[in-house]
Design a binder for this molecule. Structure first.
Ligand code: SIN
Length: 536
């Protein structure tokens, strides 16, 4: 649709002082930022054509991918077809998917999965053929998985091993990207922070692929690991990228609820294999909310859980697997079984307490089908990108598929930059901040305030008043003057929290994962379009 709504906002360009002529600089052809499926898959492709550096802010492999349980949706099962997978994805996306991008993902996804298998991915089998499970809002059993509920870890293992075989690819771990380097509308790499020696350095690249993952750590409760602080979104936004669909945050209905413990994903595949949801009184409630009951779209199940806990004045609902075969479920979900047993919960005998948690960002850095952003030399893929495949709500297990498909596409685009000349002026680029910035903030306290504000006011159910309160709170802070990795993360969290709250306030309707209690209905006449933000 061409009537997208565009907004600009003032935002600081760089968050650290630097003078590139004084920093240690590494030069490369391709820089990949992020070490999940999208990052590794793009590095493998880019590495065929030139020197590639893949950087991660934490230890290698630590990413949302690593913890993905459910699997990879792929139209390979007998009776399934590309068109069915496309239709399910479009339906979940609630009118905002880019249909061409969806077709690309679903079609090319088949090759990407075959390729993973040929590289040694050990997906679970039934009668020597790939085993397919069911997840919410899929019309077919089309989710492949590995070691029951450790699909992400297996995918990551295979991709890291494949990337390690290339002499052209180097990994740099524990390097935090502070900002992207841009000059005359083109990106030339990134400025890094090395926490070990508290120093800035730079990587100058002909092309940069942003694959820095998700952001759900900006919420108090999340299924995401601690690294998912939204750095990729923030550095892209500050560099001038268009950011779209930022109001669409997916909340996962079933994460383990143990008071005081971080939330832990209980895969939707558990419901796909027959688990039901019951409330405090032991009553099954999902059939009253949706004809697909426990396999209704995630946003429907999430809101039903909120409604049930409000009605019964309790803190959680429960997953009940007790009617399923005990050996089957323990073998099918070994990671979940072990995690629950650490808390004294036997998943075959006990109810599993669950609550809703922030899980996935559908929006992000706006890209076209070739993963190109509006900045030359900068490509985006994986969760940080908004390729248009998820629309207002992501279909379960489409994210690893998207990462693999658009990881390759990003690298193929980046390869076209192999012959560009890096201007000499890049090497003497400097940036000096204004010196009157306030730096009295306690970053740990402020991080928690952002998470609480997002959870309470920009969460599963939103309204004008609360969104305005959140924006007013965030607007009190601008440039925080960060000087350490955890502080840079807080600056990034603040920058993107504002974008999410503002986008959610502007969209005066309910659609997909965005639910406004003051506008509870979908409004196709006015809102079948995207909201796009960019730095002024
Ligand atoms: C899950 O296993 O429920 C999560 C999979 C996904 O988010 O697609």
């Amino acid at each position: 649709m061409n009537n997208d709504l565009r907004f600009t906002r003032q935002c600081v360009r760089y968050i650290a002082n630097f003078d590139l002529s004084e920093l240690s600089i590494i030069k490369t052809d391709f820089l990949v930022i992020g070490g999940g499926a999208a990052g590794f898959r793009s590095a493998i492709e880019a590495g065929k054509h030139g020197k590639t550096i893949l950087i991660t802010k934490d230890k290698l492999g630590e990413s949302n991918t690593l913890y993905a349980q459910g699997g990879i949706a792929v139209a390979k099962n007998a009776g399934d077809q590309v068109i069915f997978h496309v239709e399910d994805t479009l339906k979940a996306g609630d009118g905002l998917c880019d249909e061409v991008a969806v077709k690309v993902m679903v079609e090319e996804g088949i090759d990407r999965v075959d390729e993973l298998v040929s590289w040694g991915a050990d997906f679970d089998k039934h009668d020597n053929k790939l085993a397919f499970t069911m997840e919410a809002a899929h019309s077919q059993r089309r989710i492949i998985h590995a070691k029951g509920d450790a699909t992400g870890a297996e995918t990551e293992r295979v991709l890291i091993r494949k990337a390690s075989e290339s002499n052209n690819i180097n990994f740099l771990d524990r390097k935090f990207v502070v900002d992207l380097i841009t000059f005359e509308d083109r990106c030339y790499g990134a400025i890094l922070w090395d926490e070990e020696n508290s120093r800035l350095s730079a990587i100058i690249a002909k092309a940069t692929i942003l694959a820095a993952g998700g952001l759900c750590q900006i919420y108090r409760h999340t299924s995401n690991p601690e690294v998912a602080t939204g750095d990729g979104y923030a550095i892209a936004y500050r560099a001038g990228c268009e950011m779209t669909d930022m109001e669409f945050v997916q909340f996962h209905p079933t994460t383990l609820y143990v008071q005081g413990a971080p939330r832990f994903l209980i895969s939707e595949a558990v419901r796909g294999e027959g688990a039901i949801l019951v409330n405090e009184n032991g009553e099954r409630f999902m059939p009253f909310y949706h004809e697909l009951a426990e396999l209704a779209p995630r946003d429907v199940v999430s809101r039903a859980i909120v409604a049930e806990t409000t009605k019964t004045n309790t803190k959680c609902v429960y997953l009940d697997l007790r009617h399923l075969d005990a050996d089957f479920i323990k073998n099918r979900f070994p990671t979940i079984s072990e995690k629950c047993s650490n808390y004294g919960i036997d998943i075959s005998k006990d109810l599993i307490p669950v609550q809703v948690s922030a899980h996935f960002m559908m929006g992000g850095v706006k890209t076209n089908l070739n993963a190109e952003t509006n900045i030359k030399g900068l490509y985006a893929c994986g969760e940080v990108a908004c390729t248009g495949v998820h629309g207002a709500n992501r279909l379960a297990s489409n994210s690893l598929l998207e990462s693999l498909v658009f990881g390759v596409r990003a690298a193929k685009s980046a390869v076209n930059d192999i012959d560009i000349e890096i201007p000499n002026s890049i090497f003497s680029l400097k940036y000096k901040r204004e010196e009157n910035l306030s730096s009295n903030i306690d970053f740990n306290v402020f991080r928690a305030s952002i998470q609480d504000t997002m959870w309470e006011k920009v969460g599963i159910i939103r309204n004008k008043e609360q969104l305005e309160e959140a924006i007013a709170f965030f607007d009190q802070y601008g440039d925080l003057n960060p000087k350490a990795r955890s502080n840079f993360e807080v600056q990034n969290m603040l920058d993107i929290a504002k974008l999410i709250a503002e986008s959610a306030l502007i969209r005066e309707e309910s659609r997909g994962a965005h639910y406004r209690s003051d506008y509870p209905y979908q409004d196709n006449d006015n809102w079948n379009r995207h909201i796009i933000f960019a730095r002024a």
